[in-house]
Structure formats: structure tokens, C-alpha cells
Ligand binder design. Structure first.
Ligand code: CDP
Length: 216
């Protein structure tokens, strides 16, 4: 059977990471959190005293990225989310990371990729697209609890301000802005816990797979 692609996009802390991993495990698919690519470029720049707003340095770091470091827990730090969204504005960085993301297609039975531009730019041909969202307040609450559990002493108001700033930057940048693809299913998780959101996502995906003529 043809390998299947599930594209998941949405704003910061919408729940797409947790959902994406569970969806991939449910179907036995490969999984890539594409935000980790931008976070890793940001980390490598900050570790070397470079400014994430500087495109030429960002491109050198993107080309030298070590995929073996993409699952490091340290990438989840709040300041790397902010620096990643600065790095992600550079068209040359996005171009440099394109081939790595595309290389995730093709292996059977399929792959789940999540980010901001998967259904619009990286895999516009994906068989199933989800756009996961929630209010900024609900997202800030979740991210605050995650960061607190990881030992951070950041304030919830600071997390909300960070989320609003990143939403604004990610939605309004010139290249690959955060957008719902016209054929993406919208899933608002504001009032859903993770189990309810997972069930809603699986229902949508199974329906989409039936329509695309794939067995789930
Ligand atoms: O986990 P969270 O939703 O906070 O962020 P992330 O998915 O790790 O992404 C960090 C930043 O990388 C985002 O704010 C975007 O600016 C950027 N990003 C992007 O531009 N394109 C993607 N496909 C994934 C992330």
C-alpha cells in the first residue's frame, strides 16, 4: 500500500506535539516534530553567541544541523521557542530544512509530521491534514504546567505573552506563514483534554483515510 502522510499544523502549545506522537504510535507511523529543527538551529546559534535574527549565520547552522540531537529535552526551553521563531523567518533557513523534512515521506506504512507549514508548503499533497488550535489562554496554561513540571520558574503571564508574540510573528511572516490549509480539518482543543482530543483526531483521520481509499 502507498505510504500515507498526516500533516498536523497549528500555533504554539495547541497540543499538536502530544497528539502527533499519539497518532503516530496508534497507526505505527514515523513521527517528526519539525519545530525541533528550528529550535535546534536556534540552540546552536545561541550556544555560539550568535544572533538568531542574523540570516547568514542561521543558514550555516541549519546546514550543519545534527539530526541526532533533535530529541534532546533541552530543546523544549521557553527561550528556544522564541529564538526558533526568529530563526524560522529566514527563507534560506526554511529552504535548507526542506529536504530533510521531505525525506520523511516514502517509508511504509506512513508518517506524521507536525509544525506550522506542513499541510501548506512541505507536504501540500498529504492525504490527511489537521489544524489544531486552542485559545491563547488555554495554550498558555498548558505550556505553563509543562514548563513548571520540567522545573522552570517562569510565570504564566510571561508564557502567555510569549505565545501571543510568537503567534503574531508566525502568522505574519513573509515566508511559509502559519495558515490552515483549505483542505485541513480544524480541531479546537480549548475544551478538550488530551484523551478527548486524541479520539476526535482519530475519528477525523479514519474518515479521511476512508475517503482517500486507504485502510486504517
Ligand atoms: O512546541 P511549540 O508549539 O511551542 O513550538 P515548536 O513547534 O517547537 O516551534 C517553534 C517555532 O519554530 C515556532 O514558533 C515557529 O516559528 C517555528 N516553526 C516553523 O516556522 N515551522 C515549522 N514547521 C515548525 C516550527
Amino acid at each position: 500500500m502507498k505510504p500515507l502522510l498526516i500533516a498536523i499544523d497549528g500555533p504554539a502549545a495547541s497540543g499538536k506535539g502530544t497528539l502527533g506522537k499519539r497518532i503516530a504510535a496508534h497507526y505505527g507511523f514515523d513521527y517528526l516534530d519539525t519545530g525541533s529543527l528550528y529550535r535546534a538551529v536556534a540552540r546552536d546559534m545561541l550556544d555560539n553567541g550568535e544572533d538568531p535574527a542574523e540570516a547568514s549565520h542561521a543558514l550555516v547552522r541549519a546546514n550543519a544541523l545534527d539530526p541526532g540531537t533533535l530529541e534532546d529535552q533541552s530543546l523544549r526551553k521557553a527561550r528556544l521557542g522564541e529564538a526558533a521563531s526568529l530563526v524560522a523567518k529566514h527563507p534560506e533557513v526554511r529552504r535548507a530544512l526542506y529536504a530533510y523534512q521531505r525525506s520523511f515521506a516514502g517509508a511504509e506504512p506512513g508518517a506524521v509530521l507536525e509544525g506550522r507549514d506542513i499541510g501548506t508548503v512541505i507536504f501540500p499533497e498529504a492525504e490527511v491534514k489537521l489544524f489544531i488550535t486552542a485559545t491563547p489562554e488555554a495554550r498558555a496554561r498548558r505550556r505553563y504546567l509543562e514548563l513548571e513540571a520540567a522545573g522552570s520558574d517562569i510565570e504564566e503571564a510571561e508564557v502567555l505573552a510569549d505565545i501571543r508574540r510568537r503567534d503574531e510573528r508566525d502568522q505574519n511572516r513573509a515566508v511559509s506563514p502559519l495558515r490552515r490549509a483549505p483542505d485541513a480539518y480544524l480541531l479546537d482543543t480549548t475544551n478538550l483534554d488530551i484523551d478527548a482530543a486524541f479520539k476526535a483526531a482519530i475519528d477525523l483521520i479514519d474518515t479521511a483515510m476512508d475517503r482517500a481509499g486507504c485502510a486504517s
